[in-house]
Design a protein around this ligand. Sequence first.
Ligand SMILES: [Zn+2]
Length: 497
Amino acid sequence: MNAKNPWPAHPHSLRDWQLARLRTYLRDTVLPFSAHYGRMFAQERIDPAALRSPEDLRRIPFTTKSDFLPGHEGADPVRDFVLTPDRKVLARRFSSIAKALLHGRAAVAEGFEREFRPLLLTSTTGRSSEPVPFLYTAHDIENLKLGGARLYEVCAAKRELRMLNMFPFAPHLAFWIAHYGGAEFGAFVLGTGGGKTMGTDGNLRLIKKIKPDVLIGMPTFVYHLLTQAVAEGFALPNLQKIVLGGEKAPSGMRRKLRALAAQLGAKQIDVIRTYGFTEAKLAWAECPFAEDAGSAGYHVHPDLALIEIVDPKTGEPRGEGEPGEIVCTPLAARGSVVLRYRTGDCIDGGLFHEPCPYCGRRVPRLVGEISRNSEVREMNLGKLKGTLVDFNHLEHVLDNAEHIGTWQLELRKQHDDPLDLDELILHVAKSDMTDDDHLRVTIDARFASETEIHPNRIEFHTEEEMRRLQGVGTLLKEQRVVDHRPKAQAAQEAGRL
Ligand SMILES: [Zn+2]
């Protein structure tokens, strides 16, 4: 993001510019070609031209994950979100544009192909729900390159740095944005496919060979990899940056990664988080910061998406710098398009429009820790039925705790009986030689003071056992929370028997 940026510098002008962009986008691109939004805007009698202020956006109903579930007969809720050109509308544009263009009809037809024909797909990875596919056209791939290259810029990457992209080879956003962004940025970015494709050993062999300056991957996998590298006596003096995505990385996890990098001989290391989601077809990076200085937030791209923060309960918009749920509306997407998408992710800082105190970029910033609503789960613990347990918070507590290297929270039913109480078992691989009993007492006390619950058991494991429990090398994504409770249906059936 530099002087070539098309958006105005002043925060108020920026918001007006985004709204103007949204009005044109809705009028020319979304409403004529999206079955879902064509129907919705007609039903709700929304005139895109009347969307003049941030408050006006409230007229557009939110889109949520439940809108992608099969509901009424015949309709395909996923397809309904794909911009599908209407032949009549296109024919009108086709003749008017073709006349105006020297290159004639063939070039115009090619332009529509690039704009609307799906070429790529990434999908959600919901543990409990069916994956939802999101389609990209050539136009979207250009946006993915642009947004991806900006990720590298925000991370203060340089072209001469060698990078390893260790996100899994899969139809997931993380791998593809790192890949396309790297190619557009113009740096050497080698995709290893992560743990499942090459195993920890395969990734380590490549590290030895390539001597990367930058590692890109999921925090748990990068942690396992660096622990193994330290155990095998590797030296990585040129390692400068670790860029994380795909799961949360609170300060404790970043501190552990920095400590491992230092053990490998790295002199100065940035551990940078990114935040993205399938539905945005984009991700954003946090401005690099010294840990004690505090984060300036994730830098979002105002020409590609309009971000709102809303009250997670009422859906009412929150003001500048107020915490709430992140809502995203694309401004330039083709293929699958969702408007005012409620992410279910809450940020405890908020959205800021003032220039970044570190890099000076004039882009909106998402500041704070992000937690997922879906990670607040109801459990039946002891006499208290239906206790809400916030796993976001538990993950922070565990990642920030001293002496804990990696961990896994396991949910079970007592006696494996679906009708019995829930159990919470904490599996831990220690990062040092601390005494088990002492650590058990410390962790239990910490749990109780921060969350008012006690784990039923704390079990210690070697690093190798932990890799097996988390599925390193066998699963696409390492498991930090596993639910081994028999399903509700099984509970009902057991009740009937
Ligand atoms: Zn910045």
